[in-house]
Design a protein around this ligand. Structure first.
Ligand code: HPA
Length: 267
């Protein structure tokens, strides 16, 4: 039986061509610039039945299929967050479509707050691991045994190595560290940030973790990079708001783009 994801993949191939996609890129808040750098075709999410509305400002709800640095990519300009709908699996269909288009790799980007004084606004961090501080899981209710997904090395060590080398080549200082998923949409309290720091996280944000869980469920090799848009609550006097996140994201986005461009041909 043809799944809905396969039907959508067929539709996308009709519009954007048959060549298999190699890498899926999910763009975080204020990091949409990269979609414009792809030579290809943009398909609005509302032409893809079941795709999220991705209603948060700072996201462009379009799927762009084309070439970036000579690699065939699918760029998700908008992501659905758990806090928009109360559904942890809101990105499941887009990721199933990515898989159906032939992708083997998913790279997520996000805007995040830093809990490391030496990692200020404008820096970027490659995720080594995550802490699911929300306690939610996008695979709750999944009937198959495949739901018991191992998460050790869910941020693929080989991809991380390629990304680290790309950062060196591009002469970008990149941190690596642990990301904590907080459900949002309110930001964290100072006490929550103290708790998350004590638990071992370096950055905090409202996305990515559900996508990586789903990505591993689908057998995609995953990597993720945060653009630090603020120091987390209580870490500095800096403003924390969505407006501030969107305003600060371009600082890290320029670095992120350099690193991704250098990494893609080596993946
Ligand atoms: N907390 C949660 N999510 C975020 C933050 C933050 O400080 N900054 C950007 N996204």
């Amino acid at each position: 039986m043809t799944t809905h994801a396969e039907t959508l993949a067929d539709k996308i191939r009709e519009i954007a061509g048959d060549a298999p996609v190699k890498i899926g890129l999910i763009l975080g808040s204020g990091l949409g610039h990269l979609a414009g750098a792809v030579e290809g075709v943009a398909i609005p999410y509302d032409e893809l039945e079941g795709f999220p509305h991705a209603g948060v400002s700072g996201h462009v709800p379009e799927l762009v299929i084309g070439q970036l640095e000579g690699v065939r990519v699918a760029v998700f300009g908008g992501r659905a967050h758990y806090y928009e709908s109360g559904r942890g699996d809101a990105m499941r269909l887009p990721l199933e479509v990515l898989k159906a288009l032939g992708a083997e790799v998913m790279i997520a980007t996000n805007a995040a707050g830093s809990m490391v004084p030496e990692m200020p606004t404008g820096d970027i961090m490659c995720l080594t691991d995550h802490i699911n501080f929300s306690g939610l899981n996008p695979l709750i209710g999944e009937p198959s045994e495949a739901k018991f997904v191992p998460m050790k090395d869910c941020y693929d060590p080989q991809l991380r190595e390629i990304i680290a080398q790309a950062a060196d080549t591009a002469e970008v200082d990149m941190h690596s560290g642990v990301y904590a998923w907080y459900s949002g949409p309110s930001f964290e309290t100072v006490a929550e940030i103290k708790a998350i720091r004590t638990l071992g996280a370096d950055a905090v944000g409202m996305s990515t973790v559900p996508e990586v869980i789903l990505g591993r469920f689908l057998g995609l090799r995953c990597a993720a990079i945060s653009s630090i848009t603020n120091m987390a609550a209580g870490m500095s006097d800096e403003n924390i708001s969505h407006t501030h996140t969107k305003a600060m994201a371009p600082l890290g986005a320029a670095k992120l783009e350099k690193v991704l461009r250098a990494a893609l041909p080596n993946i």
